[in-house]
Ligand binder design. Structure first.
Ligand SMILES: Nc1ncnc2c1ncn2[C@@H]1O[C@H](COP(=O)(O)OP(=O)(O)OP(=O)(O)O)[C@@H](O)[C@H]1O
Length: 243
């Protein structure tokens, strides 16, 4: 049984079909790339998984439980966490305070009670910002703000981490370092789905990739199968090279 099962998910916004009957599975321990040109529906799939959007049709199972349209805090409590494309730290709180917030119980029924200083240090250390815990978010360079967003997601102790364009705006050295960080997460037992509109470095990191185009699943396969597929090359023609 797969850890995450997306089955026939469709999401319409009025007349626009942003995600069209998409199905794919993610197995425990995998790093899966969810790729496709701009506007192909990648972030919308993540928003459906996290119940930020209600699906128009289809179902989503996590760890054998149907989580379709559950409340977002229930989805997080079940072991899923998402790092979105936008960073939104609370600027009036330190890095440590921002991480701490995500360890607090987010429903009456949560068993978690907030993390100790040592645990917050550990979340920060996993993304190499442990020496910045007392800094304020607006003092941080872009790459560290992105790392803080990942530390916040780690603080919810996810089994599955959804990462939306985690490498955006980073230089090559930062990308290489972050890819190493994700490999360490994987070794620590975290399953990951990583969205990127560019195939570039992602293909060295992932075990498998699912390709979306115009809201539909074009194909899925190993990095080699995906990069050599003519349909994928055609979908990317004139878009991947620009970004
Ligand atoms: N809240 C919304 N209301 C209306 N349309 C939306 C909404 N969210 C997404 N869309 C539309 O759905 C389509 C898919 O968008 P989505 O952001 O999922 O694509 P994406 O593959 O993540 O793109 P990018 O790589 O640019 O982030 C686009 O046409 C987008 O304009």
């Amino acid at each position: 049984m797969s850890l995450l099962e997306i089955d026939g998910v469709t999401k319409r916004f009025g007349g626009l079909v942003a995600v069209d009957d998409v199905s794919f599975d993610v197995n425990r321990g995998e790093i899966v790339g969810l790729i496709g040109p701009n506007g192909s529906g990648k972030s919308t799939v993540f928003n459906c998984i996290m119940s930020i959007y209600k699906v128009t049709d289809g179902s989503i199972h996590f760890d054998e439980n149907d989580i379709t349209d559950h409340q977002t805090h229930e989805v997080v409590n079940s072991g899923l966490s998402r790092v979105s494309q936008e960073s939104n730290p609370i600027t009036a709180m330190s890095v440590a305070g921002n991480i701490q917030l995500f360890t607090l119980p987010n429903s009456l029924f949560s068993l978690r009670g907030g993390a100790s200083e040592a645990e917050i240090y550990e979340y920060a250390a996993r993304v190499d910002i442990e020496d910045k815990l007392q800094e304020m978010p607006d003092e941080l360079p872009h790459a560290d703000i992105r790392r803080l967003e990942i530390a916040k997601a780690l603080a919810t102790e996810p089994d599955l981490l959804l990462l939306d364009e985690p490498f955006a705006g980073m230089n090559q050295a930062e990308i290489t370092e972050l890819a190493e960080t994700f490999r360490a997460f994987s070794e620590a037992g975290i399953t990951m789905v990583i969205v990127d509109h560019n195939m570039g470095g992602l293909m060295d990191l992932v075990d498998r990739a699912v390709v979306l185009n115009n809201g539909e699943k074009l194909m899925e396969g190993t990095p080699d199968e995906v990069t050599s597929d003519e349909r994928v090359q055609k979908a990317y023609l004139g878009t991947a090279e620009e970004s």
